[in-house]
Design a binder for this molecule. Structure first.
Ligand SMILES: [Fe+2]
Length: 179
């Protein structure tokens, strides 16, 4: 289950609807989309061939159709990360510093887990995401992303424009005081 982690004095949020409300106030869309059972044969594997990746994407194609029709998304791909991916730490280092994009960052977590961090006006907080979580981070929102200790995730990325999806770094730490 997803979880919002704030500084100790503010506590954690674990209820899906409360997480949704909290993130909505922050302009971030959060939802819970169940993973179809046909996906399991692929999500259970650590490594997927290109054709298995496409087959896994097909099991959640209805979500892409919905995003295309409602928000004009044009492409999607599947990111598969696990501890044996060569250069995984360098890959993660691109996104684990505070940055923003000039386009939305939209992810549907199919397997595994990860951690988004956000820089709000008054506080920084973390959102721990797991399989079934859908998140849409609007342009210009300061955030970062990393994996948790399991270092394993499969996530669909949806794009309207690949060019808008590069990190613009911000001089800010990812440290949350009093955590
Ligand atoms: Fe990002």
């Amino acid at each position: 289950m997803a979880k919002i982690i704030r500084k100790k004095s503010l506590g954690e949020i674990t209820d899906v609807q409360e997480i949704q409300t909290f993130l909505r106030d922050f302009n971030v869309t959060f939802d819970h989309w169940s993973i179809p059972s046909e996906a399991r044969v692929y999500t259970e594997k650590q490594v997927l061939t290109d054709s298995e990746k496409e087959s896994l994407l097909q099991t959640v194609e209805n979500r892409f159709v919905y995003l295309k029709e409602t928000m004009g998304y044009k492409t999607r791909d599947l990111v598969v990360l696990h501890p044996e991916v060569p250069g995984i730490d360098d890959m993660l280092a691109k996104f684990d510093k505070v940055h923003y994009h000039t386009d939305f960052e939209v992810r549907y977590i199919i397997d595994g887990s990860g951690i988004f961090g956000f820089v709000g006006e008054n506080e920084k907080f973390l959102l721990h995401v797991e399989a079934s979580d859908f998140i849409s981070v609007p342009k210009n929102i300061k955030h970062w992303f990393t994996l948790d200790e399991k270092k394993r995730i499969k996530a669909v990325r949806y794009f309207t424009d690949m060019a808008g999806w590069v990190p613009n770094y911000v001089d800010e730490t990812t440290e949350i005081e009093d955590r």
